[in-house]
Ligand binder design. Structure first.
Ligand SMILES: [Zn+2]
Length: 257
């Protein structure tokens, strides 16, 4: 079984990908059109502020076979190196204090409810959660959380079903444009894409084939905006064609294989 997810952000100041690709909600609509052609279900994680301020686009998104999950209210607000350092140092995570997280999650849930949606799934922006986050999510009746990355199997803990991403994420993995020698430099920043789109697609296919053979779920994160900026969804078309051979589900339909 395949669980395809995507993160869709409201405007983030100074975000180069958004400067190149425009609105992430528009990219999400293109993404969903491609998935519709191939009858693939998906879960998109969205900011509470998008539901409030871009509700027309959100309504368009909801016309597709998609589940919306929460992705913080507004990506922690304006972030600075200082704020990020401070939060990590004092609260052990970038999402900040319990008080801040509680307000943020509640506010996000309220925007979902105003649109008649139940917020059953969640991914913290930048995977910036800690144990407090999961407790607050539980109090807000969120059941499915996808904040971990790696080979760990999905598991239930304190009423939350954790569904780790187990396929390499597109962003910060695939290099934009031509692969340059610096992308292969072993000392390059780990945020620099190191492989070409086709190399990534090849890894994705092999991992999914292996998972299916071993009766393991595959959980993917592919960003609509990244697919747009990378090559205007050409790579994503290939991904969708491949995924269409398998059974797909939304996160709140998650079952251990
Ligand atoms: Zn995010």
């Amino acid at each position: 079984m395949i669980y395809l997810t995507g993160d869709v952000h409201a405007r983030i100041e100074g975000n180069w990908e958004q400067e190149a690709g425009g609105s992430e909600l528009d990219a999400a609509i293109r993404y969903l059109e491609i998935l519709k052609k191939h009858k693939i279900k998906t879960t998109l994680f969205m900011n509470g502020i998008s539901l409030k301020e871009e509700s027309e686009k959100v309504k368009k998104i909801l016309e597709f076979d998609v589940e919306l999950g929460g992705h913080t209210y507004n990506n922690f607000g304006r972030m600075s190196i200082f704020k990020s350092y401070f939060r990590r140092k004092f609260y052990g995570c970038i999402y900040g204090s319990r008080g801040y997280q509680n307000k943020d999650i509640t506010k996000t849930k309220e925007e979902f409810e105003k649109m008649g949606l139940k917020m059953s799934s969640w991914r913290t922006h930048a995977f910036g959660s800690n144990e407090e986050t999961f407790k607050i999510l539980k109090e807000n009746e969120v059941k499915f959380v996808s904040d971990f990355v790696g080979g760990e199997r999905a598991h239930e803990e304190n009423g939350i079903i954790h569904i780790p991403i187990n396929i390499p994420v597109d962003q910060n993995t695939i290099a934009y444009g031509l692969l340059k020698p610096e992308n292969k430099d072993v000392f390059a920043s780990c945020t620099k894409g190191r492989i070409s789109p086709d190399e990534w697609l090849d890894i994705l296919k092999k991992r999914i084939i292996k998972n299916e053979k071993e009766k393991k779920n595959s959980v993917l994160l592919i960003h609509p905006e990244t697919m747009k900026v990378l090559d205007n969804f050409k790579l994503f078309e290939k991904v969708a064609e491949f995924l269409s051979k398998y059974k797909t589900g939304k996160l709140s339909e998650f079952r251990t294989y």
